[in-house]
Design a protein around this ligand. Structure first.
Ligand SMILES: [Ca+2]
Length: 304
C-alpha cells in the first residue's frame, strides 16, 4: 500500500508479517547468532530462554508487542484502509475494515482527522474507539503501527488468557487480534514529547473485546478523551480522568488505574451481547443501579 513501510522498532526495516511474536523470536535469533556461530547449540537454548523470558515479562506489563506495518508520519493523518482478516463485531455492526487515525482514535467506515476531543457520548453518526483522542503529531517523532494476528500466533494465546481472566464466564478463545500502537508520539505542534498507548481489538466466535493499554504519557494541558462511543451513542464509555488534569503525566489515571486489576489496561466487551459498561471484568447493565454504583466506585478509585 502506498505510503506504508514496515519497521520493527529498534531494528532495520524488514518485510511485514502478521506474526509479531515470531518477529520477536527472529530478532532474538539474530542476536544469538551474532554472538558466536560456533556455539549454536548453546545459543539455541539461551535463545529459547530469552523467548520465554520475553513472553512472561510481557505479561506483567500492559502493552502488547509494538510491531507491524507503520502508518506514515503526519499531523492529522490516518492509516490507509486496513482490511480486517476477520470481521470485527462492534455493538450490532460487523466491520471488515478499519482506519488508525493519528489523533488517537480508530474509525471503521472512513478515516477521521478530528484533533479536537469531545466528551462521550457524542450522539453522532460514527462508531469510535478512542484510546487517547487529542491533537497528536508524529511528523518528527513517534510512529503509528498496526498489526493483525490470526491462527497459531503466540499473541492469540495471550489474548485468550487475558480475556478469560477478565471475563471468565465466557470461555473465550481468541481467533483474531488487531493491535494499533501510537508509539512515542508527540503532541501538536511537535513538541518532542513522547506518549505511548494501544488499542487492541480481539474477536472469537460472536464475542469481541477492546483493550486500551497505556505506557508513558507526557504531560499536557490539552484535553484528552479516552473510551469508546457508537452511532447515536447507544453504547459508550469514558475512562475516568478524561477531560481532567488526571489524563496525562506520570500520574495519569489511564496508566495507573485499571478496570481489570492491571494498571495501565482497560478492557471492554464490545459485541452486541454486551450491555452498558464493563467494570472489573463484570458486565453491568445500562441504566441500572449498578451503573451508578460503578461510576461512584470509579470516582472513589480514581480520586475524581
Ligand atoms: Ca494532530
Amino acid at each position: 500500500m502506498p505510503g506504508v513501510t514496515c519497521i520493527k522498532p529498534g531494528t532495520a526495516q524488514g518485510s511485514h508479517t502478521d506474526e509479531g511474536p515470531q518477529e520477536l523470536k527472529k530478532s532474538k535469533s539474530i542476536v544469538t547468532y551474532d554472538l558466536s556461530a560456533c556455539f549454536i547449540f548453546v545459543c539455541y537454548h539461551i535463545n529459547v530462554y530469552m523467548q520465554d523470558f520475553a513472553v512472561h515479562a510481557h505479561e506483567s506489563r500492559p502493552l502488547y508487542p509494538i510491531v507491524g506495518l507503520r502508518s506514515g508520519n503526519s499531523d492529522d493523518g490516518s492509516s490507509p484502509q486496513i482490511l480486517l482478516q476477520r470481521p470485527f463485531p462492534y455493538f450490532g455492526h460487523s466491520y471488515d475494515q478499519i482506519y488508525v487515525n493519528h489523533n488517537g482514535h480508530l474509525t471503521f467506515d472512513t478515516p477521521w482527522s478530528s484533533y479536537v476531543p469531545q466528551p462521550f457520548p457524542l450522539y453522532g453518526s460514527r462508531d469510535i474507539i478512542a484510546p487517547f483522542w487529542t491533537d497528536l503529531d508524529n511528523r518528527i517523532n513517534g510512529q503509528v503501527y498496526y498489526n493483525q494476528y490470526t491462527s497459531s500466533s503466540i499473541l492469540l494465546q495471550q489474548a485468550t488468557r487475558d480475556i478469560r481472566r477478565y471475563f471468565p464466564e465466557l470461555s473465550f478463545s481468541a481467533e483474531w487480534v488487531f493491535v494499533a500502537t501510537w508509539n512515542e508520539v508527540a503532541y501538536y505542534p511537535n513538541s518532542g514529547t513522547q506518549t505511548t498507548f494501544q488499542a487492541v481489538l480481539i474477536s472469537g466466535g460472536q464475542y469481541s473485546f477492546v483493550l486500551m493499554n497505556y505506557g508513558i504519557i507526557a504531560p499536557t494541558r490539552s484535553n484528552i478523551q479516552a473510551g469508546y462511543d457508537t452511532m447515536n451513542s447507544t453504547h459508550h464509555f469514558t475512562i475516568p480522568g478524561s477531560f481532567s488534569t488526571a489524563a496525562s503525566g506520570n500520574d495519569a489515571n489511564f496508566r495507573l488505574r485499571s478496570n481489570v486489576h492491571v494498571p495501565g489496561r482497560w478492557a471492554f466487551r464490545t459485541d452486541d451481547g454486551s450491555r452498558g459498561c464493563i467494570y472489573r471484568g463484570k458486565i453491568k447493565t445500562r441504566g441500572s443501579k449498578a451503573i451508578h454504583s460503578i461510576l461512584s466506585q470509579q470516582r472513589h478509585d480514581t480520586g475524581l
